[in-house]
Design a protein around this ligand. Structure first.
Ligand SMILES: *Cc1c(COP(=O)(O)O)cnc(C)c1O
Length: 423
């Protein structure tokens, strides 16, 4: 039909929609690769990059990032299994999260990970006991510290204030006895994660500098070696009007200096940056098909077959005024906008708005619309079961070819979980 439609590595989006149906998430390996390499080329070689599966737990996305050199940061049994299936070496995998079960800790022990990141002293003692029960010794653990400094600039702060994550630095400093009494667990370093969606490189740099210094001082105080420091990351991607792209080049140049100085006194220490959003957000597009176009009291609505049930982030949680993710007409990709259209989904709630008054080219039933920069925190961070629409299909385009990497839920998939009690 039209030649100006959106394509992924030359594959027209209409073909993808035809073959796999809509709604659909499309991932572009060229964009994944470009983002990873842009980071890797300038990042200090002493720093390893781990992919935070929380952002996009698709096994093929993980496998592709692994093929580029990324390790994995996982937070559940299923994520651990995903990383293993994607071929990530356990020695390049860490497991963190504030509420690990004994079953999860035992799975970590059996997998032989680089480290389990303990988030409380009780968890540390439990892990130690489980390791003894498994007949293990020298089990590497990292301590997640909740630092005593605070950074502005995060969309969502995870440290530096009262949080369920990690252990307050002040408490860790008093924990030498606990650490000494461990029988099988061995503290090998420190983890800290200050928050997500940092868009000012000065904040990330400031976090890293503080974390490296605090980790060094803490390990000296506890009398444990500083073999690994994971300084988090939280690199953001701009979604909304007025947000500026993170100045990655400036960040990496400055970071190089900080890391270089650190490695001079700690040449054997493994440094880790764990990233989810930065590695995947730009590579994903959420594709929906317009079912109906209608007017209500002067406003034009395009009602699509998918909405916030697959893309909760588009709701713009946490901001008072609704802010829109970038939304484009994929069918008329190069046509100029003619007016505002509110793009909604199939849910029976007024909050199911993908984009409010979006400037779009003419929109007709059958058109494909795309929410861009949607490769992170998409369906798995959304209420996919709301109204029982289920999980959308996911397609990965690589070397100009589309591959189905997650099939959509069918009504049977959803109903199979339920058990009918007859009356
Ligand atoms: C969510 C999370 C990440 C990933 O954050 P991004 O901002 O997506 O890079 C990394 N580490 C921890 C501890 C997290 O909770």
């Amino acid at each position: 039909m039209t030649t100006d439609e959106f394509t992924v590595q030359g594959v027209p989006v209409s073909e993808l929609a035809q073959q796999y149906g809509t709604p659909l998430f499309v991932y572009d390996t060229e964009v994944l690769r470009a983002g990873y390499q842009r980071l890797r080329e300038r990042l200090h070689p002493a720093v390893d990059v781990l992919f935070s599966l929380k952002a996009n737990p698709n096994v093929s996305v993980c496998a592709y990032l692994r093929s580029l050199g990324a390790g994995a940061e996982v937070s559940s049994l299923a994520e651990l299994m995903t990383a293993r299936r994607a071929g990530v070496d356990p020695k390049d995998t860490i497991f963190l999260g504030p509420g690990k079960s004994a079953e999860e800790l035992t799975a970590c022990l059996r997998a032989g990970l680089h480290a389990v990141v303990c988030e409380s002293l009780a968890e540390l003692k439990l892990l130690d006991a489980l390791a003894v029960a498994e007949g293990l010794s020298e089990v590497p653990v990292m301590l997640r510290m909740n630092p005593d400094f605070h950074t502005k600039g995060s969309g969502l702060a995870m440290g530096g204030k009262p949080r369920q994550f990690g252990v307050d630095l002040a408490v860790l400093r008093q924990s030498a006895d606990v650490v000494k009494r461990l029988r099988a667990a061995r503290v090998i370093g420190v983890h800290a994660y200050m928050g997500t969606r940092f868009l000012d490189h000065a904040d990330v740099l400031n976090n890293t500098t503080h974390i490296l210094a605090a980790a060094e001082a803490l390990c000296a105080e506890l009398g444990v070696p500083l073999r690994t420091v994971d300084f988090g990351g939280g690199l953001g991607v701009p979604y909304f009007d007025g947000e500026k792209e993170l100045d990655l080049d400036s960040l990496l140049v400055a970071l190089h200096g900080v890391v270089d100085e650190f490695t001079r006194t700690h040449p054997e220490t493994r440094l880790i940056m764990e990233l989810g959003r930065y590695l995947t957000a730009m590579a994903g597009t959420y594709v929906v098909r317009v079912l109906y176009v209608k007017e209500s009291m002067g406003e034009t609505f395009a009602v699509a077959d998918g909405g916030t049930n697959h893309h909760m982030a588009a709701v713009g949680v946490g901001s008072f005024v609704k802010r829109n993710f970038p939304i484009r007409s994929l069918t008329r990709y190069t046509e100029p906008a003619v007016g505002p259209v509110t793009v909604t989904g199939p849910l029976c709630t007024p909050n199911d708005v993908l984009g409010k008054r979006v400037q779009l080219p003419p929109v007709e039933p059958g058109d494909l619309l795309g929410v861009e920069r949607s490769g992170a925190y998409g369906p798995t961070a959304s209420p996919v079961l709301f109204l029982s629409h289920g999980y959308p299909a996911e397609v990965l385009v690589h070397d100009g070819e589309a591959h189905l990497v997650a099939r959509r839920d069918t009504p049977e998939d959803l109903l199979n979980r339920q058990i009918l009690k007859e009356f």
